[in-house]
Design a protein around this ligand. Structure first.
Ligand code: 6PG
Length: 483
């Protein structure tokens, strides 16, 4: 056998990762695809890669050195299970099976257990960075057993993106930890994208600036504290002119956002864990709202401010407004990341993974979709205080939120007054104020729950659990704690 790693599934992500692997010193890559033509094509188009093609699972296994290491890049769900079964038929105990798809982490936990019981190593690995990242250097989030990491570490380090000299890969934790962290990455990606979209919409509607002019604003923002891949590509998308109509492309794209589901998983999981990822949830729901034209078409019937007749801000007023939007975006972004890291912290506690949050922020600095300057600040925060309970309470972020404060409130208020939907901006601010509040009206909710369901409450001034006899004489009695 000549290959030290193999790739199964040669669609664009699989073939790009295979090419990336093959381009690194010391790697020989076996490739297999269910339909033969993809394999033939890849091998013919990239003679420089020196691929070892296989046309059956037996051939694939025979071409791999031990411990055999196979990276599966097929559709998440049933197809992944099918390939795992095939590999287990031809592999031997100790061999390593990696799933690099966007699998749901609970599936990964299930698969890891089943595969381990048969003596193999299974690694669920998050891969971020899209097609280009796969080819030139992705951010990699492997879970799975320590034993597999010994073999995999050097190979993955060689193909990952590099941020300030450090490869963007770390062993996240056992079984589903890698896919869990990738899921939250995508949730943050949704929030980041929604916040940017709201910023664009606010600027356009308040100032009347053209998409190309707003592209310049984003390009400018990309030179400062907001510097990130998503801000950078936003400028590119806004600058694009449709060849057919000569109008900005963004004006001819149907305004209904798709989603493959990972953002929704982040929210569903957060609900199970009791973590308030409200910014991510708003981003997921904003996509859902956009995708219901039959509901949106009644909009003419709904009263509210009409910004099409309003005056646009100009000159210094427009500039000041744009700066306020920038600050509001930054503050809301801090909230989104803080919520995402909160979910990782809670997930690690629940599933018994020891996840280094600082290391997670570091491997997101390059290669992945949410790569940003900003992640250095998160890494600093966890370095200073590894057990930080709420990321946004780190001194750097408190300073940033102090600076952004007035602008953030102003923008949310202006959006509401002008009838411009800014769900992620406003919910981020509401979350922030929720954290700040000395008292929350949750006390009233406890009273209501006790009223209709005898659900009981606790008191601020003494221990114990209490119930008021609402349908009786309304005296308070000690009660069993029923939450
Ligand atoms: C990445 C991305 C990627 C994701 C797409 C599409 O990290 O490279 O997160 O994994 O699948 O961006 O996501 P949606 O179709 O759900 O927007």
């Amino acid at each position: 056998p000549t290959a030290n790693i193999g790739v199964v599934g040669l669609a664009v992500m699989g073939s790009n990762l295979a090419r990336n692997l093959a381009s690194r010193e010391g790697n020989t890559v076996a490739v297999y695809n269910r339909s033969r033509s993809k394999t033939d094509e890849l091998v013919a188009e990239h003679p420089e890669a020196g691929f070892v093609p296989a046309f059956s699972y037996e051939e694939f296994a025979a071409s791999l050195q031990k411990p055999r290491t196979a990276l599966i890049m097929v559709k998440a769900g049933g197809p992944t299970d099918a390939v795992i079964d095939e590999l287990m038929n031809v592999f031997e105990p100790g061999d390593i099976i990696i799933d690099g798809g966007n699998a749901l982490f609970t599936d990964t936990i299930r698969r890891e257990k089943a595969v381990r019981e048969r003596g193999f190593n299974f690694v669920g690995m998050g891969v971020s960075g899209g097609e280009e990242g796969a080819l030139l250097g992705p951010s990699l989030m492997p879970g799975g057993p320590d034993e597999a990491w010994v073999t995999l570490g050097p190979i993955l380090r060689s193909i990952a993106a590099v941020a300030e000299g450090e490869p963007c890969v770390t062993h996240i934790g056992h079984d589903g930890a890698g896919h869990f962290v990738k899921m939250v990455h995508n949730g943050i990606e949704y929030a980041d994208m929604q916040l940017i979209a709201e910023a664009y919409d606010l600027i356009r509607r308040a100032t009347g600036a053209s998409p190309a002019e707003i592209a310049d604003v984003f390009a400018e923002w990309n030179t400062g504290e907001l510097e990130s891949y998503l801000i950078e590509i936003t400028a590119e998308v806004l600058r694009q002119v449709d060849a057919e109509t000569g109008t900005p492309l963004v004006d001819v794209i149907l305004d209904q956002a798709g989603a493959k589901g990972t953002g929704g998983w982040t929210v569903q999981t957060a609900i199970d864990l009791g973590v308030p990822v409200s910014g991510i949830a708003e981003a997921v729901f904003a996509r859902s709202l956009s995708s219901h034209p039959e509901q949106r078409s009644i909009s003419g019937a709904l009263p509210g401010p009409d910004d099409s007749t309003g005056e646009h801000l100009t000159g210094a007023d427009a500039d000041a407004f744009i700066e306020q939007v920038r600050l509001a975006l930054y503050a809301s972004k801090i909230v989104a990341y803080s919520q995402g890291f909160d979910e990782i912290r809670a997930g690690a506690a629940h599933y018994d993974w020891s996840i280094d949050l600082g290391a997670v922020s570091k491997i997101w600095r390059a290669g992945c979709i949410i790569r940003a300057q900003f992640l250095n600040r998160i890494a600093d925060a966890y370095e200073a205080e590894p057990d930080l309970a709420v990321l946004l309470t780190a001194p750097y972020f408190v300073d940033a939120l102090t600076r952004a404060q007035d602008a953030w409130r102003n923008i949310v208020a202006l959006a509401a007054a002008a009838g411009i939907p800014a769900p992620a901006f406003s919910s981020s601010l509401a979350y922030y104020d929720g954290l700040r509040a000395r008292r929350l009206p949750a006390a009233l909710i406890q009273g209501q729950r006790d009223f209709f369901g005898a659900h009981t409450y606790k008191r601020i001034d003494k221990d114990g659990t209490f119930h008021t006899l609402w349908s009786g004489d309304r005296t308070e009695v000690e009660a069993e704690d029923t939450h």
